[in-house]
Design a protein around this ligand. Structure first.
Ligand code: ASP
Length: 334
């Protein structure tokens, strides 16, 4: 992380702490802890406990730091997931999640998210426009409604009833990128191995509660109305509290066709390690369709803290944070 990025990161961490309602002194101590760690490490809290967080891609390191901040304040695994999602959704420089996410081919930013908690409860929203924190909305659907999934205008209406503030999610940067794309695109959605960056988060707290979440602006320049795997339970995310959790990133269509995250967890239920299960789920895709131009990566965390990650192609990485600190890990591939 460069100096400027680190400054931004620390600012966002402070903002997250404030958003979580943390006392100023505790935000201060977390920032000091963070400042004294190495470039790729997130704050070690110097206490014992089995808490572990895994999050996809580079932004996972700050998501995990925010999650541990929530844990430090007495939060549960689900609070860790939500805090991690919110800091990445708030980052206007990230082009694949929340504010600043790349729009569909008509210029609309549409967001998808879901979550599952340690009781196996689940919530999801898809095709949400104008609300920057779809994972928080999915959590509200999970905790406060009799439903599991709300879509589009209905999800937005519920968010506004809850007092969530609407804002334009298209930034100057994402608008310019879309305008550039329009010049040569022929209105064709982009399918390639680079165009992926969703955040999938798996968290285990010290009491052994396991939760997960997934939040994204989806495939850049997708058709208007397209919904990917990220809000689909069993595809972009699945948590079986007795076994473990899994989350996916990459081409949602390939993940949905193989119900990937459920498959990973079910393989773990049948005795595979998280790593073996991720590999087998990736191979299931590779056996079923041409994959030269598409990327999918899986991340898995077992209820006892073992983890694994595997992707079709090189390039998928994830952040793993425990109370000893955090690091980026390059997933295996092929
Ligand atoms: N899985 C997401 C989707 O298909 C995109 C991604 O991970 O980049 O919407």
């Amino acid at each position: 992380m460069g100096k400027a990025n680190r400054r931004d990161f620390l600012k966002r961490l402070a903002a997250t702490g404030a958003a979580l309602g943390l006392a100023p002194w505790s935000i201060e101590s977390m920032l000091q802890a963070s400042a004294s760690t190495s470039a790729s490490a997130s704050p070690g809290l110097g206490a014992s406990g089995k808490a572990t967080m895994l999050s996809t891609w580079n932004h996972g390191i700050e998501a995990n730091a925010a999650g541990f901040l929530a844990l430090q304040q007495g939060g549960t695994a689900m609070d860790m997931v939500e805090a991690g999602a919110r800091i990445v959704e708030s980052d206007a420089t990230g082009l694949s999640v929340g504010i600043g996410g790349l729009p569909d081919r008509d210029g609309h930013v549409t967001l998808d998210a879901c979550c599952m908690d340690h009781t196996g409860n689940a919530g999801s929203v898809c095709f949400v426009q104008g609300l920057p924190h779809p994972l928080s909305l999915a959590r509200k659907v999970m905790e406060d409604t009799p439903h599991v999934m709300l879509a589009g205008a209905g999800a937005e209406q519920y968010g506004q009833e809850l007092g969530m503030t609407r804002r334009d999610l298209l930034t100057e940067t994402s608008r310019r990128a879309w305008e550039e794309w329009r010049k040569t695109s022929n209105y064709e959605p982009v399918i390639n191995i680079e165009n992926h960056d969703t955040i999938g988060i798996l968290a285990l707290d010290d009491s052994g509660r396991l939760s997960g979440g997934c939040t994204t602006s989806g495939l850049a320049y997708k058709m208007h109305g397209r919904v990917g795997d990220s809000p689909i339970l069993g595809a972009g995310l699945f948590v079986d509290p007795q076994v473990g959790g899994a989350t996916a990133t990459g081409l949602g269509e390939a993940v949905m066709k193989t119900v990937g995250s459920f498959l990973v967890v079910e393989l773990m239920r049948n005795g595979e390690t998280p790593q073996q299960a991720c590999e087998e789920a990736v191979h299931r895709i590779m056996e079923g369709m041409p994959t030269d131009d598409l990327q999918v990566g899986y991340l898995a965390l077992s209820h006892d803290g073992n983890f694994g990650g595997h992707a079709i192609h090189e390039g998928f990485n994830f952040a793993r944070t425990t109370r000893q600190g955090g690091s980026m890990i390059d997933a295996s591939h092929g």
